[in-house]
Write a new protein. Structure first.
Length: 134
């Protein structure tokens, strides 16, 4: 199970991003995996669409929103039911500076044993028991 972080999705959908080429290569590799499902947390979706609106404009942000929500390989995950657990992950972090959205990703990754977080955010690498791509 893959869990998408905002940094990866923004880089992939923004050709001006410093990580765009790497994100494109990673996406190619991910698409070659058979029957691989990805999770898109509600908070990540909001970040991606908002950042793309600012950096690329409304048309790009809207198009990416549609692609993400309609992708059969991507499951949209509302975060309300995990809110207290996310808050605890956020509150108790010691060696990281995870945003609330990143704490949500870690919380879901811990619930989904064997999952991999697709990100360019280095803070995730400091979280014990979490696998990161690339």
């Amino acid at each position: 199970m893959l869990i998408f972080d905002s940094s990866f999705l923004i880089a992939f959908h923004n050709k001006n991003d410093v990580h765009h080429a790497a994100a494109s290569r990673v996406m190619e590799d991910l698409l070659e995996r058979e029957n691989e499902q990805a999770l898109l947390l509600e908070y990540v979706f909001l970040e991606v669409v908002t950042v793309l609106l600012v950096r690329r404009g409304l048309a790009v942000a809207t198009a990416v929103a549609r692609v993400l929500l309609e992708a059969r390989e991507v499951e949209f995950v509302p975060c309300l039911e995990f809110y207290q657990e996310i808050l605890e992950t956020f509150r108790t972090q010691k060696e990281t500076a995870l945003s609330f959205t990143d704490a949500a990703i870690v919380t879901v990754a811990r619930r989904q044993k064997g999952s991999e977080i697709v990100t360019f955010d280095r803070d995730f690498r400091r979280v014990k028991g979490i696998s990161v791509i690339p």
